[in-house]
Design a protein around this ligand. Sequence first.
Ligand SMILES: O=C(O)C(=O)c1ccccc1S
Ligand SMILES: [Mn+2]
Length: 261
Amino acid sequence: EQMSTDLLAFAADIAAGRIRIVDLTQTLRPSTPVIQLPPMFAPSNPFRIEEISRYDERGPGWYWNNISCGEHTGTHFDAPIHWVTGKDLKNATTDTVPVQRFIAAAVVIDCSAEAKDNPDFLLEPEHIHAFEAKHGRIQAGTWVLMRTDWSKRTDPVEFLNMKQDGSHVPGPSVAAVTFLAKERDVAGWGVEAVGTDAGQAFAFEPAFPAHAIMHGSNKFGLASLTNLDQLPPTGTVLVTAPLKIENGSGSPLRVLALVAA
Ligand SMILES: O=C(O)C(=O)c1ccccc1S
Ligand SMILES: [Mn+2]
């Protein structure tokens, strides 16, 4: 097929605001919530930033910091190698996934009303069918983003919503993940919550289906997204390039959405 885009005209459209860039990234700071696992499992470290110098005796002409955090912190990318189901896949780490896969179309399924009433709301195939009836079939290689407005919960306690029996945050059912991975061959699955699976997904079969099935099918995850309410249901192009960490399972990243103005 002939290339359909004049790249310089595309750049001019961005500069002129004819293409809007929406930042889907949460600001990364020490208070950024990280996934809460049961105490028997090793935890992910929170984000840390320590000043090296700030135009002072430690470095008169410059300001810089040391930073550290788990790969799965804040708005982050899940590579297929992250889950045991993807452990034998080729080109499945952050440094080996073909970069062609880091720019792709996206659709947004709005579940904000349902999630407002029920923190344990699960996206089911019926919701996907209703979306497609209205907006057309989800094309192969497209990201599917679940809008829940969960990122509006700026208090980390509210955002994690931990109770005695674990976290209560929305996500996809096993059937929905299976449909998206197997019947629609999507690029990956993205959410606003701290992780791509629902808070109670440890009890699903298979457990953590958005990880087990998406990564086992060589697909990606995006977690802790924000501003999905600024995107149309279809027509967005996402830029999702993680840090090129050798053998990395994921990384914090800046997720940019390109939308026709
Ligand atoms: O990938 C993640 O950030 C994530 O959600 C996760 C990470 C490790 C273990 C379980 C989960 S559920
Ligand atoms: Mn992750």
